[in-house]
Design a protein around this ligand. Structure first.
Ligand code: EPU
Length: 442
């Protein structure tokens, strides 16, 4: 149940400076990769978020010694004693994260066996794992579905293969990478995802001794090797968190400097930010970041279609929609990555927004959800004056958008279920305070 409540006194602009650290969606995979090494790995800039705690717990259950390094946010992983974990103990983590599925490859290489509990993560669509299992089977894995999870073995080890993903799934691409780096022979993955977090994972695997070629047209070729060593790595910054604060600056008419944010991973976001009428300034010194602000005047309605990289990230969509409620005219949103990622707009409507959702593909590019009856497009009429309303957070990114809406709205809102935000936003209450927000625990 929703135990954590934040009381938000909204209506004032967010102003000030906050910092983002390593990307949640890279750090968690980097932690899994440490399992593959035969010497310790060292990861810097690890954010203190719930998803990291979950992966740390799972690694420790499998015998990896995880310790804090000297630097704040530095973790050291020693995989010298990787062992089978107790199924009941693994199941304590059941339903809490999507990451356990990525343990398959490393555990099969180390132990010849992997048990994967029922998966959790945000409720934003079916979130199947069919591509993962299909790829693992192609590589020689045998998957047995049990009432409590998946029991996976590889009687003859994992073999290189040629595999084409039906859709460039981030997780399935990572699955193939983590399994193929130590498989026998060469794996050719077609229609792979090429998100910056995946490129950073490839960089880590290369440091460990893997041989991975990224070709044009979403083709990744992995030459299996016999052994991998540990890595030392400083991850790319969290471009989702950076964009979330950028959207918060725009929605509240504020000015936020996001230390650690980098232009390279945010180009598509920055283009849309400009079109809406937001302003930014990039400091690309080593300790730099990006300043995002509302330059005054009216924001402009836009067409926003989410897509796999290099498109507009699906995780940028929800925070930006809050800013779009303040733009003059009709904005169109077409969500093409997840089939059910617009449900959170009901809460925004309760706060005074005018958002209508549709099953059709609006925006001009037909997607795979158009004919399947999924409500995956929206029209936002603005600008709307947002007014305080109590809201219950449904998932991580929608949760942050509810929080932004409450900060932008006149009056006092109670935001229930903020523990979900802790999955991916480090210290967000302290950051809100640093930005001058008036929030307190309920
Ligand atoms: N899909 C399948 N079958 C599969 C795998 C995926 O049909 O076996 C479909 C999904 O249902 C979805 C699409 O493919 O419609 C894309 O899913 P993908 O596998 O790319 O997503 P993921 O790996 O589960 C990661 C991030 C998400 C982010 C997406 C897209 C992590 C832990 N999660 O999820 O982040 O939205 O990639 O970029 O890396 C978040 O951080 O809040 C979050 C949800």
């Amino acid at each position: 149940m929703t135990t954590d409540v934040l009381v938000v006194h909204g209506g004032s602009p967010l102003r000030g400076q906050i910092r983002v650290r390593g990307a949640k969606n890279l750090v968690s995979k980097a932690m899994v990769a440490a399992l593959l090494g035969d010497s310790p790995s060292r990861l810097y800039d690890v954010p203190a978020i719930r998803d990291v705690e979950i992966v740390r717990g799972l690694l420790e259950l499998h015998g990896v010694r995880v310790s804090d390094g000297e630097e704040h946010g530095e973790l050291v992983f020693d995989p010298a004693n990787v062992e089978r974990a107790n199924v009941d103990e693994i199941n304590v983590h059941a339903g809490s994260s999507r990451i356990p599925i990525l343990f398959c490859g490393p555990l099969l290489h180390k132990l010849g066996h992997a048990f994967i509990p029922d998966l959790g993560g945000c409720n934003i669509g079916g979130r199947p794992i069919d591509f993962h299992l299909q790829a693992l089977r192609e590589m020689g894995a045998v998957v047995d579905k049990t009432p409590s999870g998946l029991d996976i073995t590889a009687p003859n080890g994992l073999q290189g293969t040629k595999f084409e993903l039906p859709y460039p799934s981030v997780g399935a691409t990572e699955q193939v990478l983590l399994a193929a780096v130590r498989a026998h022979g060469v794996t050719e993955l077609r229609n792979a995802a090429v998100e910056p977090e995946i490129m950073d994972l490839i960089a880590i695997l290369q440091k460990m001794g893997a041989i991975i070629n990224v070709h044009t047209d979403r083709v990744i070729e992995i030459e299996g090797v016999d052994r991998l060593r540990g890595y030392t790595h400083r991850p790319i910054p969290d471009r989702i968190e950076a964009a979330s604060w950028a959207a918060a600056a725009l929605a509240t008419g504020g000015d936020v400097y996001v230390q650690g944010a980098r232009q390279a991973e945010m180009m598509t976001f920055l283009n849309l930010y400009t079109k809406v009428g937001g302003a930014f300034d990039i400091d690309d010194s080593p300790t730099g970041g990006i300043r995002f602000w509302h330059p005054g005047g009216e924001l402009k309605a836009v067409l926003l279609e989410t897509d796999v990289h290099p498109g507009f990230m699906t995780d940028w969509q929800q925070p930006m929609v809050v800013a779009l409620t303040q733009a003059r005219g009709l904005s169109i949103v077409h969500e093409t990555v997840y089939e059910r990622r617009l449900g959170y707009t009901d809460a925004l409507n309760q706060m005074g927004a005018t958002i209508q959702t549709y099953r059709e593909c609006l925006g001009g590019t037909p997607c795979r959800f158009g004919r399947r009856n999924f409500t995956h497009s929206a029209v936002i009429a603005g600008p709307s004056k947002l007014l305080a309303h109590d809201v219950v957070i449904p998932d991580l990114r929608a949760g942050f958008s509810h929080l932004i809406a409450a900060l932008a709205a006149e009056g006092t809102s109670r935001v229930y279920g903020v523990e979900l935000i802790r999955r991916g936003y480090e210290d967000f209450e302290a950051k809100l305070a640093a930005l001058g927000a008036s929030v307190e625990k309920g």
